[in-house]
Design a protein around this ligand. Structure first.
Ligand SMILES: Cc1cc2nc3c(=O)[nH]c(=O)nc-3n(C[C@H](O)[C@H](O)[C@H](O)COP(=O)(O)OP(=O)(O)OC[C@H]3O[C@@H](n4cnc5c(N)ncnc54)[C@H](O)[C@@H]3O)c2cc1C
Length: 365
């Protein structure tokens, strides 16, 4: 019971007692968004000392081994008919909306954007974003081949700025980071990497949860996403086509960079961008939004985007049959809480799932 722990903490130490927790699955400036948000939530709301275990350190190149640096990212819930995910997404949106408030210290990490999402097929379930600011269902002026659209205001997250911000916030509040690539969670549970045994372990290993000993969740699978990054500071809108077979999207970041996508390769582990896919993405996005080309370009084609390209690459969304694993178990006598399998929605569900972990921990103590 969290109340009891809080009492023990205060009395037992003469000052707030700090439990030691391990959040496994971080890699600093290329950190996993889920693990770091979870670490911050436990730290800031629980007053605990949290140590993050990291496979990579700042300056390491982006890698196919962890997903967060590859994301767009925008907040557009995909919780069709899933009340739990809807709740996680909504909680996260409320926090991000507040963080992106004009004049706030964190405003610069986000861009508030007008978003339009087109659908080639009428969704079976209610579109789960009626609660977004300025939400409207649109049935006129549709893109060819689509049957309806939604328009609303949301945030895009400037991920190259947001992840270091989370890390800085975590460290500033006394969080610790140790670099290590774990083979088995018992290496943490038995205190092999630290001078103490932790009081709890939180697993936020993303796609790594499929391989990490003691977890080895075979329901976790990759949904490969290939993207192109361009420099186009004149683009301030978000636009998506949810197609029958593929998704096409444009996500502008605060920095003036714009992420263009995309692909959804289920069980596709290919670690490098496929050149023909890069061209296909550029062709699809220019058809959806000719405004991507530099202002004044006449009859823009995908070739007008090529000089704007900064980077292209791909990441493995940590898909999971059954959705996010938010569960507690006991191993080696301590609570182990799982928070992985966020698929293509790890940013937009991050703070909500962090709260859920915090609740599971409090219930265990
Ligand atoms: C192209 C693309 C676009 C996306 N767009 C969006 C979007 O617009 N909005 C959105 O919300 N989401 C988006 N996503 C999804 C989002 O990026 C993921 O859901 C999210 O990054 C998952 O975060 P995570 O922290 O769970 O995993 P990761 O970022 O993969 O982090 C897992 C961490 O665990 C560590 N780890 C794993 N195994 C071990 C081990 N054995 N020992 C030590 N450390 C280990 C890794 O090093 C890593 O640091 C997108 C993804 C892609 C690929």
């Amino acid at each position: 019971m969290s109340e009891q722990v809080k009492e023990v903490v205060v009395i037992g130490a003469g000052k707030p007692y700090r439990s030691r927790l391990w959040v496994c699955g971080e890699s600093l400036d290329r950190v996993g968004v889920v693990g770091l948000s979870t670490a911050i939530r436990i730290q800031e709301h629980g007053g605990h000392h949290v140590t993050v275990i990291a496979e990579s350190i700042p300056g390491d190149p982006k890698s196919i081994r962890y997903t967060s640096p590859w994301a767009g990212a925008h907040h557009v819930s995909v919780a069709f008919g899933d009340p739990r995910l809807n709740q996680l997404d909504k909680e996260t949106f409320d926090i991000m909306w507040e963080m992106s408030k004009p004049g706030s210290e964190t405003e610069g990490l986000f861009l508030r954007i007008d978003q339009k999402d087109y659908y080639e097929v009428q969704p079976d379930q209610d579109i789960p974003i009626e609660w977004m600011p300025n939400y409207q269902l649109v049935r006129t002026d549709l893109v060819e081949g689509t049957v309806l659209a939604t328009s609303f205001t949301t945030v895009s997250i400037d991920t190259p700025a947001y992840l270091p911000y989370l890390l800085a916030r975590f460290l500033a509040k006394g969080g610790s980071v140790i670099r290590s690539s774990l083979q088995h969670i018992s290496q943490v549970l038995e205190g092999a990497l630290t001078p103490f045994k932790p009081d709890a372990l939180v697993v936020c290993a993303g796609i790594g949860a499929r391989f990490l000993g003691g977890v080895e969740d075979k329901d976790v699978y990759p949904i490969r996403g290939q993207v192109v990054l361009i420099r186009a500071p004149w683009v301030k809108f978000g636009r998506t086509i949810n197609g029958k077979d593929e998704v096409t999207y444009i996500i502008p970041r605060r920095s003036g960079d714009v992420i263009l996508g995309g692909t959804r390769g289920v069980d596709d582990w290919y670690p490098k961008p496929r050149p023909e896919t890069t061209v296909a993405i550029l062709k699809r996005v220019i058809a959806l939004a000719p405004e991507l080309a530099p202002p004044g370009t006449k009859n823009p084609t995908y070739e007008d985007l090529i000089p704007l390209v900064i980077d292209n690459g791909c990441g493995l969304r940590p898909g999971r049959k059954g959705g996010i694993r938010l569960e507690r178990e006991i191993a080696s006598g301590i609570p182990v809480v799982h928070n992985y399998g966020h698929g293509g929605y790890g940013y937009q569900s991050s703070w909500g799932s962090a709260s859920a972990v915090f609740k599971l921990l409090n219930e265990a103590w």
